[in-house]
Each structure stands twice: as structure tokens, then as C-alpha cells.
Design a protein around this ligand. Structure first.
Ligand code: DON
Length: 304
């Protein structure tokens, strides 16, 4: 195995001096309060050895990264049934686009575009007794960390400005692909996106996608087949209209969020999280993408 700590330290130096720092998301006003100078990186390998640099222990808004976790919970409860309501094809569109949803009669292209994630939220609102509490407990268990929480200010901020998500949920409802009230589903969705986690906590949580469905405590949450499906979706849809570029530059399944986080993994080898709040034009962390490209190039470790 390569010297991960050495690699990470040199990547931190490189990206600190990068001029392409990106722009912090402001369409959710609360996210704009975060400094674009932040940069964290954390890696956990298959033996649970960890390597970190920069702001790796500072919590940030995970946003769309949470969509992998809600998908996992829904898949664990309902199994293959969920694919009747959401497809598994890349969209090539930005995360909040609605045009395909109309063309395809209310079946979202995949569970990571906003419309698809809202369908998954609807499934959990139906299936869970106390949706917000039960989902939070699920994440805490995966990470083995009871300190993980929602950030209410971020959830409220998105509730007040999430007009496109209201449009998506109403469209889904009009096509009969939303069973609960728009307000209830979006309240859950805005909360899942507001989860506040550090690079370390995200690596601990995503460990099971690298470890054939078993979390750090060796408890099995998903089957090997379900892990195959989720990792395939991260590779093909995790970066929306930049999924091709991420596969091309980095070569790992992963998921981004507009809070500036990216989680990526190499099955059976390692899971890595970067955090840098400045986003590129496609809504993915600019320096996070650079850092991950450097890591897989330096170590010559990718799925390809
Ligand atoms: O629904 C939204 O717009 C946000 N809560 C999440 C978007 C997001 O993170 C897209 N990923 N890069």
C-alpha cells in the first residue's frame, strides 16, 4: 500500500495554492456563511487505519451526500421494489433539473438527482415510524457515532428558498409518484440534506460501501449485491452532469454535495472524504475534485 499520509500531506500543500478555488453555494443562504478557505481530507483503509490533513474534523453540511444514505436505508427496507419508482440511468443534467421528469412521466432518472432523492424520502416517510429520528439513528449506527446531528438552521434556510424542490415534489405528486404530503416529504428531505458531519465521520459512515456492506463494527447492513448497485449508481450518477469527468479524472465511485464535500471509495481498499466549500460550475467541490485526481494518480489506485 502507498504511504497515504505522505500523499495526503502533499495534496494539501498543492490544493492550498490552487487558483481554481470555486464559489461557495449561496442558493441555500445558510451555506454561504462558510469560508471558502476551508479544506479537509480524511482516508480510512480496509484495516481501519486512518490518515488526515487540514480541517478533517470540522463538521459541514453534507447535502446531497445524504442521498446515498437514504437510498441505502430504503433499499434495506423494501429491496428491489424501489426501482419501480425511480430509474438507474445517468441524467447528464444538473441536480435540480425538471425537464426529464415531465418527459418520463414522473419517474426520476436516478435516486441522486433531487427528484429521485425526493421519491426515496417519500418511501422513508411512509416506512419509518419517526422518519427524521429513525434516519438519524441509522446514520449514527453506521458511523458508530452518536454525536452526528441535523443542522436546523440549514434545514430552515433551504425550506425558505427550496422553490425548485417544491416544484419537483409537486410534479411527482401530479404523476402519482409521491404518496405523502409535499410538505412532509420536503421537511424530511431538507433535514437529511442538513446533516452536519466531518470528513472523518463521513469516512466512518461510508466504510460499509468499501467493505461489502459491513460497517466498522462488522455488522452487515446491506448485501454484496446491494452494495454493487449503490456503488454503480455513485459512479454513473454521483456527480450529475459531471459524472463522466469524475470517472475520467478520479476513477472511483463517489458522491458530492453542495456543502463542498465529496466521498469516494475503492472497494476493499479505502474510503476517502474531501471538504472544500468552493464549487465549480457543475456544483461539485472544485478543490475536492483536484485533490482526488491527485490521489488516484499519485497512488495509481482506482477502479480502472
Ligand atoms: O436539494 C438541494 O438542492 C440540496 N439540498 C442538495 C443539492 C446537492 O447537494 C447537489 N450536489 N452536488
Amino acid at each position: 500500500m502507498p504511504d497515504f499520509q505522505k500523499n495526503i500531506d502533499s495534496i494539501l500543500e498543492e490544493v492550498k495554492n490552487s487558483s481554481a478555488i470555486g464559489t461557495v453555494a449561496s442558493y441555500i443562504p445558510e451555506l454561504a456563511t462558510v469560508s471558502s478557505a476551508k479544506f479537509g481530507i480524511h482516508l480510512i483503509d480496509a484495516n481501519q487505519q486512518t490518515y488526515a490533513a487540514g480541517d478533517a474534523n470540522e463538521a459541514f453540511s453534507v447535502q446531497s451526500i445524504s442521498k446515498v444514505l437514504t437510498l441505502s436505508m430504503a433499499l434495506g427496507i423494501l429491496g428491489e421494489e424501489i426501482w419501480k419508482r425511480v430509474d438507474v440511468e445517468p441524467s447528464g443534467d444538473p441536480f435540480n433539473h425538471l425537464s426529464l421528469l415531465e418527459q418520463e412521466n414522473g419517474i426520476p432518472r436516478n435516486p441522486f438527482i433531487n427528484a429521485g432523492a425526493i421519491v426515496i424520502s417519500d418511501i422513508l416517510v411512509t416506512q419509518l415510524k419517526n422518519p427524521k429520528e429513525d434516519f438519524l439513528n441509522y446514520v449514527r449506527k453506521l458511523a458508530d457515532d452518536s454525536t452526528i446531528s441535523y443542522n436546523e438552521s440549514v434545514a430552515i434556510s433551504e425550506k425558505e428558498t427550496g422553490f425548485k424542490n417544491y416544484a419537483a415534489a409537486n410534479l411527482l405528486k401530479s404523476y402519482g409518484n409521491l404518496n405523502n404530503k409535499v410538505e412532509d416529504v420536503l421537511d424530511f428531505y431538507f433535514h437529511q440534506c442538513s446533516l452536519s458531519m466531518s470528513c472523518k465521520q463521513l469516512c466512518d459512515t461510508f466504510y460499509l460501501y468499501m467493505n461489502r456492506g459491513k460497517c466498522k463494527r462488522n455488522t452487515s447492513y446491506l448485501t454484496i449485491n446491494q452494495i454493487k448497485r449503490i456503488n454503480a449508481l455513485m459512479l454513473t450518477c454521483g456527480f450529475y452532469d459531471e459524472a463522466g469527468e469524475f470517472a475520467f479524472e478520479v476513477g472511483l465511485p463517489g458522491k458530492s454535495g453542495v456543502g463542498g464535500g465529496i466521498v469516494a471509495l475503492l472497494p476493499n481498499k479505502f474510503c476517502i472524504t474531501t471538504w472544500s466549500p468552493g464549487l465549480n460550475k457543475k456544483g461539485n467541490s472544485a478543490r475536492g475534485m483536484q485533490a482526488l485526481e491527485r490521489l488516484t494518480t499519485m497512488t495509481e489506485l482506482s477502479i480502472f
